[in-house]
Write a new protein. Structure first.
Lengths: 576, 302
């Protein structure tokens, strides 16, 4: 008889998990708090799915496929506010990832780099950092490499291994060339690449799960430029849904319950085994689903919230929280943005967004210059080169900057942000801190009556030091863009006290070998509960500066295969 | 004539410019007489289109959007007031005009305009958008975090306050520079709350797809050189790789230099999207978010 699994979340981690379990004969129920947005799920091949997305900026601004900030707010405060007893200083759509069948990957930027080998043993290599909980991963790059290979092969990744710098290949070795050649490099990318060369940096095509040719029946990307925050209207992007979830549902072993909000993992009296999961369905009815295992894959804030909501009995402080680490080490990437302004229209939105990558600011950087900044080392991250914002986003940014009226209008007509900027973003590493944490807000609730997730967050001195060290380098690079009127940077860790405005989230249920300092083991299993796994980025002990989806999928596949290897009766085949 | 220079424009000039536009002729003719007599702004609503606001409220709103995005092809002419009114009355029609259809308009190679039909909302989305538009109105099940003031109330009270603040009792009858100055100097909380949501709505409708009710004749896309939605045609390799066009004029370049500290905001669509999301549609929150950037980059305070 098939074994039963309950998976919470249908995004990058949950879809991969469901696919892998189904392939090994498991019967899987996926609970997703968002709605269906791709017509034909489970009934048609992925190449034939419909979509509710278009190149429609109003739809994007109105957040189709996201949780609603009124109905399901998160709250936030800084560490300093927390120490002063401030319960919250912000409330709304804070740090919220997408909520739709397929998760945030429906409208992600599809950038698909791998982490570096050095990231998995940072604590051993570089030592401790005061005020941070830097830890080695319980796995190494080599453990993840075969899963990177498999994920990339299935999802379809474009890139050019021959153009990658030697250090990138040494730190993230690849056994073969990418499945697809890169999209054409836009004019703005070439301008920035030329300037990078003058300061000794190498720009190369950023790996992306975007088709540059027909792949699995889905068409090639036509470089419309509206990627991040937009669903791909032509189905040219590999994502959790088309690559994993839809094939899994078509196997007949996976059912997806949309608009299902999971609020409690039930356990046996001794707390050692989960017996099922409670959720609220689309009609507001409270329901329960049983399973042999429960896999949490709802993304870091939601995974922590569910573990904390499951407190009781043998788990008074939250499920699997004897270590007190559930919700802690919440990490966001800290961006430093850079831009050159040019007199002519450089078409920043023509081309797959951020088509190039620079790894020269990855680090670690050490030495006197760094110690002068009060930290033992600085790790930056990759630089995404050649980003752009579309028109309505420009109008909003300028409204925040200039207010209404004549000047706003003139800046818009001049095409300031959507036409005349060559820009890049440094995806800065965020060190884990005990006090950067998710807990349950004591007062603010969601519309179902459950406590909201509350995020306490402040950047560590490391993030500020990284911006101080690397921001000027970014600025110098952009100032050398041919014909530029000038260059500027926005180093968010130095400027903003809010939680970073990013969809890159990790931490809250870190994996590790020691149950006293981690929430789950290397297999993703809660130290304290035999059949509850965490498969999403909650498990990451550190959060190096890379777009995380490839690593989320590879790690979820690794965890899921651990489950199938250990727990599957000998029956195979199915989901393809 | 620079029709965008609100400071130099008299109300009559607006009407002349609008009259040059064929599609606006009928509308302008409808109202030219009586409005001209009041020195009012010169674009009307087609009779029967009003969804929520009264004619007086809509008139005040037209006067407001005209200063938020000024110009002969600004928010007034592009239909932003009418689009906002339709948003306030979104649930009068089914499906409500919240999310346009997909995947394509008919502007870039699709024979069918899918944007022209709106998507049905599910129960969750209906609850969220009704709460946002109509407010909680004292219903306990919607006040799980306290009362929510809906946009309908914000507009109704704010527009009333605008008229009350105008010396003659009609905000829209004031010349544009006077309307702008009134907005700049008022301490009225209802007017502040109005502008807080009305400017985001105005730029959303003005610069967004025309199926949402404004951006008539793609006037904002023409003015800004924006290509609009380009799917399913996309861009050719030659278009992607081609160098930029002629450089901006001296006056524009001066402006670009002045705005330089904000330029990095264009570097990350993802970040911008998230900044916008947490503003919750509030201009004040958005300005608070970006105020540090402005201040610390040595530029304008917010």
């Amino acid at each position: 008889m098939a074994r039963e699994a309950v998976v919470i979340g249908s995004g990058a981690a949950g879809s991969v998990t469901a696919w892998e379990l189904a392939r090994h004969g498991w019967s899987v129920t996926v609970l997703e708090r968002g709605r269906h947005l791709r017509a034909g799920l489970g009934r048609r091949p992925s190449a034939k799915l419909g979509t509710r997305y278009g190149s429609d900026e109003i739809k994007s601004a109105r957040r189709l496929g996201f949780p609603d900030g009124l109905l399901e707010p998160y709250t936030a405060r800084t560490q300093e506010e927390a120490r002063a007893g401030v319960a919250r200083s912000a409330q709304g759509a804070l740090g919220q990832l997408g909520a739709a069948v397929g998760g945030t990957s429906l409208h992600y930027n599809a950038k698909f780099p791998r982490f570096f080998a050095q990231d998995f043993h940072q604590r051993s290599d570089l030592g401790p950092v005061a005020g941070a909980q830097v830890a080695d991963w319980p796995i190494g790059y080599d453990d993840l490499a075969p899963y990177y290979d498999e994920v990339e092969r299935r999802i379809g990744v474009q890139g050019d291994r021959d153009a990658m710098p030697a250090r990138t290949l040494q730190q993230s070795p690849r056994t073969r060339q990418f499945a697809m050649a890169p999209n054409p490099t836009p004019y703005v990318g070439r301008l920035l690449a030329d300037a990078a060369r003058t300061v000794g940096y190498t720009a190369f095509p950023q790996p992306a799960a975007v088709n540059s040719r027909t792949f699995q029946g889905r068409p090639a990307c036509n470089s419309c430029g509206l990627c991040s925050g937009f669903g791909c209207p032509i189905n040219a992007r590999g994502d959790a849904l088309v690559t994993w979830l839809n094939p899994a549902v078509r196997s007949g072993r996976v059912r997806v319950i949309a608009r299902a909000f999971a609020y409690r993992v039930d356990t046996t009296r001794d707390g050692r085994r989960a017996t099922g999961l409670r959720y609220v369905d689309a009609d507001g009815r409270r329901r329960r689903v049983a399973g042999d295992i429960v896999v949490l894959a709802g993304s870091p804030i939601n995974t922590a919230r569910l573990l904390l909501l499951s407190a009781g009995g043998a788990h008074p402080d939250g499920l699997g929280n004897r270590s007190g680490q559930v919700g802690r080490n919440m990490m966001f990437h800290n961006f430093t943005l850079a831009a050159a302004v040019l007199p002519q229209d450089v078409h920043p939105n023509r081309g797959q967004s951020n088509g190039l990558q620079v790894d020269d600011l990855m680090g670690p950087f050490t030495g006197g210059e760094v110690r002068a900044l009060g930290v033992p080392y600085v790790k930056g991250g990759l630089v995404q080169v050649g980003g752009g914002v579309p028109l309505l986003t420009e109008a909003a940014m300028l409204a925040g900057y200039l207010g209404h009226g004549e000047l706003h209008r003139r800046a818009m007509d001049a095409g300031f942000l959507h036409a005349r900027v060559a820009g890049s973003q440094l995806v800065g590493e965020d060190l884990p801190q005990a006090e950067n944490r998710v807990d349950l807000d004591p007062r603010v609730k969601d519309f179902r009556g459950f406590p909201a997730a509350r995020i306490t967050y402040s950047p560590h001195q490391h993030e500020k030091a990284a911006a101080l060290l690397l921001g000027p380098r970014l600025e110098a690079w952009h100032a050398l863009v041919r014909g530029a009127l000038g260059a500027a940077i926005i180093p968010f860790p130095l400027i903003s006290t809010s939680i970073p405005a990013t969809a890159h989230l990790a931490g809250t249920a870190r994996m590790g070998d020691d149950p006293r300092s981690s929430v789950c083991d290397a297999a993703g299993r809660l130290h304290e509960v035999d059949n509850v796994y965490v498969a999403d980025a909650s498990t990451f002990p550190t959060f190096p500066g890379f777009n995380p989806t490839n690593t989320i999928m590879a790690n979820a596949l690794r965890i899921a295969r651990g489950i199938t290897d250990a727990r599957t009766p000998k029956q195979r085949g199915g989901a393809r | 004539m620079d029709g965008r220079d609100a400071g130099a424009r008299a109300p009559g000039v607006t009407r002349r410019v609008v009259l040059r536009d064929g599609t606006a002729v009928a509308l302008a003719v409808l109202v030219a007489g009586p409005l001209a007599a009041h020195g009012d702004v010169a674009v009307a609503v087609t009779p029967g289109e009003a969804a929520f606001l009264t004619p007086d409220e809509l008139r005040a709103l037209r006067g407001l959007v005209d200063v938020l995005i000024p110009g002969a092809d600004g928010a007034l002419a592009s239909g932003c007031a009418e689009a906002i009114d339709a948003l306030l009355g979104a649930f009068v029609v089914a499906p409500p005009r919240i999310y346009a259809g997909a995947p394509f308009s008919d502007r870039a190679g699709s024979p069918v305009n899918h944007f022209g039909t709106f998507l049905p909302l599910d129960a969750y989305e209906t609850l969220a958008w009704r709460l946002r538009i109509e407010g909680s109105q004292g219903r306990p099940q919607l006040e799980f975090n306290g009362p929510v003031t809906g946009w309908q109330h914000v507009y109704r009270e704010g527009l009333r306050a605008l008229d009350a603040a105008a010396p003659g009792g009609r905000f829209a009858a004031l010349p544009a520079p006077a309307r702008e100055l009134l907005l700049r100097t008022t301490d009225d909380a209802d007017i502040g709350a109005l502008v807080d949501v009305a400017f985001p709505h105005t730029y959303e409708f003005h610069y967004g797809a025309p199926e949402y009710g404004a951006n008539r004749d793609l006037m904002s896309w023409r003015a800004t050189g924006w290509a609009g939605d380009v799917q399913p045609r996309g861009w050719t390799r030659a278009q992607i790789e081609e160098a930029g066009g002629a450089p901006a004029g001296a006056r524009e370049q001066e402006l670009l230099r002045e705005l330089l500290p904000a330029a990095p905001l264009a570097a990350s669509g993802e970040l911008a999207h998230n900044v916008l999301a947490r503003s919750g549609g509030s201009l004040t929150t958005l300005r608070d978010e970006l105020a540090g950037i402005a201040r610390k980059a040595g530029r304008r305070g917010a």
